[in-house]
Design a binder for this molecule. Sequence first.
Ligand code: AMP
Length: 218
Amino acid sequence: MAKHLIFLGAPGVGKGTQAQRLAQLMDLPHVSTGDMLRASIQSGREIGLRAAAVMESGALVGDEIIIGIVGERLSLPDAAAGVVFDGFPRTIHQAHALDTLLAAHGDEIGAVLHLDLDDEGIVERLSGRRVCSKCGAIYHIRYHAPAAYGVCDLCGGALLQRDDDQPAIIRKRLAVYQAETAPLIAYYHERPTYRLVSGEGEADEVFSRIVKAVGAAG
Ligand code: AMP
């Protein structure tokens, strides 16, 4: 039976960085719906063409598209032991769809990790974020700078700022989070696997809190 891990929290709270690390530690696939959509855009696939304008505006891509790509992803053999979700679910409708999908496979949610950080910290992290255009590794111009300016330490790829990490779009994404995604906290809050984790501080500190929380969630 697969046990999937979910990260909840606003954009910029550190979900991507922490989900990548947790996936590596637990030897599970890191399933970021944002990365999957960006890959579809780059390769010119139909889904990408439909999603591109919505993503640039900071709004959410339609639930049916997202549920479709997640369903396909979970049917791949490497998802059999579980995956670490990043950026999914993002609406109540997606959370229901995930429950239905998991029930059909006899799978479970192993932990719901709710990362929390104040608004100031979130804006600072998003505006300083740089992402490797080749391997997706995440950097920050102040807190996690690469050894050579603009170059990924891991693969040598060029580091870029995401189009939706511009100040006006950041504000829109935070508003969308409050309206559409924050209600998920109430949805998962009563479950025994729900864990609130502070996203304050260095990535290493946050990561050790997460590892503890996953252990405690069983
Ligand atoms: P992220 O990389 O998770 O910040 O996602 C970037 C953008 O992709 C979001 O602002 C949305 O436009 C879109 N997106 C990613 N995941 C989802 C999702 N689960 N539901 C709807 N839209 C999503």
